[in-house]
Design a protein around this ligand. Structure first.
Ligand SMILES: CCCC/C=C\CC(=O)SCCNC(=O)CCNC(=O)[C@H](O)C(C)(C)COP(=O)(O)OP(=O)(O)OC[C@H]1O[C@@H](n2cnc3c(N)ncnc32)[C@H](O)[C@@H]1OP(=O)(O)O
Length: 359
């Protein structure tokens, strides 16, 4: 259900009544969503590098890309509700009450039986992740981290799980605009990956079909990966003149050993689901014809475990590595920023756009 103008205005007023300062990151998000909801996409000139505050605000607003006003308004209302409810005592939160689900352009998000499912929903584009979908996943993870669910699931609609970063993202950009666009996208990628690092409860990938690029690397930050035997796992970074992201330069060698990680991340070897399982990237493989039934029965059973215990145990494991993962993410984004501007990468994108190259 979409929120009304009245709900939005109420939320604007409720922000002023918050007892606890929500911190700069959240304040920037609120600012950006408010501007997007009231004025639409950012078309203001970018403030100078030393105008730190206005630049941070501009970056946050600009990163929302072409998100529709209505989506921004709903995201704003949801964010304010989560801030208001997090300042309520636990006795004020009704057990089992499901949060109203926000509507997204590129995702379908549902909550049932203690499980929030975030489904990538661009099946005609093999669920390629464009700028707006990155933003929506960030928002959906933020909402799921605060809802009543025990588990959160990431999956894809259609025959693909996800074909990775949308390679048309940079089409139509002039030479003068490219550096700015790349920088903004990399700032957004860093926030996107951090939202996986920070996710506070078990996050499970239900890989219904082939996965490419960032959709594969991010699996190293998930807590379980269930795959159909139809799924494949491909990170063709060298083929595209790119470099690893999603913390895979750290998680993959740790999961499968350096030689096997290099085979995937540097030489672009595509793995079957069974091979990915043997390397430890996938938790379990299921036959495609019973995949959904078996996986959801398993998840339903897990969702009945005590919620606090599950969350705290996941956090104990993740907290050991958080600082390292933030540093890896920042380093990977900085290397990737250079790569995206390289001729090798630009040629690969042009070849894809002119349909000369596919994987
Ligand atoms: C700021 C972030 C930086 C992060 C950088 C990179 C990380 C990565 O994710 S790198 C990996 C990028 N992905 C790819 O290289 C995959 C490209 N796609 C393909 O090679 C093929 O489309 C694929 C093998 C996935 C599927 O082939 P087919 O089964 O033959 O289908 P189609 O090619 O006809 O695809 C249908 C439709 O979807 C569009 N599509 C698919 N993938 C992408 C993509 N990644 N980006 C944009 N569009 C994609 C494809 O163009 C078709 O569209 P239409 O022609 O309009 O029907």
């Amino acid at each position: 259900m979409r929120s009304s103008q009245e709900e939005f205005e109420n939320a604007v007023n409720r922000v002023k009544l918050l007892k606890k300062d929500p911190g700069n990151e959240v304040k920037l998000k609120l600012y950006a969503l408010y501007k997007q909801a009231t004025e639409g996409p950012c078309n203001m000139p970018k403030p100078g590098v030393f105008d730190f505050i206005n630049k941070a605000k501009w970056d946050a607003w600009n990163a929302l890309g072409s998100m529709p006003k209505e989506t921004a308004r709903q995201s704003y209302v949801d964010l304010v509700s989560s801030l208001s409810s997090s300042s309520m005592s636990s006795s004020q939160v009704k057990p089992g009450a499901d949060r109203k689900q926000q509507e997204y352009e590129n995702l379908v998000v549902t909550s049932e039986d203690g499980i929030t499912k975030i489904m990538l929903n661009r099946p005609t584009k093999k669920n390629a992740i464009n700028t707006q979908m990155y933003q929506e996943i960030i928002l959906a993870l933020k909402a799921a981290s605060k809802d009543n669910s025990v588990l959160t699931v990431l999956t894809g609609n259609g025959d693909y799980y996800c074909s990775g970063n949308d390679l048309t993202d940079f089409s139509g950009i002039t030479a003068g605009e490219i550096e700015e666009k790349v920088k903004n996208n990399l700032d957004m990628l860093r926030v996107f990956v951090n939202s996986f690092i920070d996710f506070p409860k078990p996050l499970i990938a239900v890989v219904n079909g082939p996965a490419v690029g960032i959709a594969v690397t991010i699996l190293g930050l998930c807590d379980a990966v269930y795959a159909s035997d139809r799924a494949t796992f491909h990170t063709p970074f060298s083929h595209l003149g790119l470099s690893p992201e999603g913390c895979s330069s750290y998680t993959f060698p740790k999961i499968m050993g350096p030689a096997k990680a290099i085979e995937m991340l540097v030489f672009g070897k595509k793995l079957t689901a069974e091979e990915a399982c043997a390397r430890g990237l996938v938790t379990e493989v299921f036959p495609d014809n019973t995949f959904q039934k078996q996986v959801w029965a398993r998840l339903k059973a897990y969702s009945e475990f005590p919620a606090n215990s599950i969350r705290i145990s996941k956090q104990v494991i993740r907290n050991m590595e958080k600082e390292k993962l933030y540093a890896v993410n920042a380093e990977e984004c900085s290397v990737l920023q250079e790569r995206l501007l390289s001729n090798e990468c630009i040629n690969a994108a042009v070849n894809f756009l002119s349909r000369k190259a596919k994987l």
